[in-house]
Design a protein around this ligand. Structure first.
Ligand code: FE2
Ligand code: FE2
Length: 305
């Protein structure tokens, strides 16, 4: 199902009412990176007939993303969504709600989102049976995609998914479709367009504003609802789409010692996030009790969203 989105005024009049559906990692399949041909279950994936059609969609997605994700935009979104005044629900209720978001453009994700969440979590659980916090992180990392739903403001895809990157300092060259930043007002702002911008050496990623999307939103939700998950979990949730950092090694000058430690776990996590998009079905009812017990351990019964 493609989510139809009413564009809020400030998203710009040239953004189509129906934004091309795209999925985060599938956005960078146009030769920017080496793409694995099979996942850990031996299935080939990312076979796609309309490659050029999709490339157009991907490129258009990033054009909008790079034009509109300015420091001011991010600040506005963090303020607005940081209020957490939309709904109260449990983590599991949100997993079920996310099932309403299915991404048609993604040839690997023709299953409901809850299956992707559980496949990621279960794949981690197999290899790291003792790290229960990491299993739960796998389950919840994409819950912020509810931002696409009308009840959460129905944000356009470019404000929800895709690679994320810092705002308030220079856009790194390793960011996919970098050329479109030339249309971002921050590109010409001397306060924001230097190596450090408004930040300083080893200031810690916690003090860096990231482009707005499902990652930062879910981080806010978890933190403001006083999760007892370790900082590595929050780091994973917040930076799992920050490919310039965890794949390209950019922006390391902003990391503090804690970030360096947490980045190791993000590398572990990302392997599972990408490769667990398999056709191996997960029996939701069978694994549900385990995940409910983890949710109870690390979260309040109801969270503010
Ligand atoms: Fe994600
Ligand atoms: Fe994911």
């Amino acid at each position: 199902m493609t989510i139809l989105i009413d564009q809020p005024d400030y998203f710009g009049s040239d953004v189509e009412a129906k934004t091309v559906a795209v999925n985060e990692r599938e956005l960078v399949l146009d030769g920017e990176f080496v793409i694995p041909h099979a996942n850990s279950f031996g299935h080939t994936f990312r076979d796609y007939d309309a490659e050029s059609e999709r490339r157009e969609g991907v490129e258009n997605f990033y054009r909008k993303n790079h034009i509109y994700q300015s420091f001011d935009f991010v600040k506005k979104m963090r303020e607005e969504y940081g209020k957490l005044n939309r709904v109260e629900m449990s983590i599991w209720e949100c997993c079920e709600l996310l099932n309403e978001v299915v991404d048609e453009s993604d040839p690997d994700l023709d299953e409901p989102q809850i299956e992707h969440l559980l496949q990621t979590a279960e794949a981690i659980r197999k290899e790291y049976p003792n790290e229960d916090w990491l299993h739960l992180t796998g389950l919840i990392h994409d819950l912020g995609k509810v931002l696409l739903l009308p009840s959460f403001g129905g944000l356009p895809q470019w404000a929800v998914v895709g690679d994320t990157y810092p705002v308030g300092c220079r856009f790194d060259e390793s960011i996919v479709h970098n050329k479109y930043f030339k249309e971002n007002p921050d590109y010409y702002n001397s306060a924001y367009n230097t190596r450090y911008g408004i930040y300083s050496e080893k200031c810690g990623l916690n003090n860096v504003m990231m482009s707005w999307g499902h990652d930062d939103y879910m981080y806010l939700v978890a933190k403001e609802n006083n999760t007892t998950l370790p900082s590595a979990a929050l780091f994973i949730i917040r930076y799992h789409s920050f490919y310039a950092l965890h794949r390209e090694g950019a922006y390391k000058h902003l990391m503090n010692d804690e970030d360096v430690e947490n980045l190791k776990w993000l590398h572990v996590f990302n392997k599972f996030d990408l490769y667990s998009k398999s056709k191996v079905r997960v029996d939701v009812e069978e694994v549900k009790p385990y995940y409910l017990s983890l949710i109870e351990k690390y979260f309040p019964a109801k969270l503010k969203w």
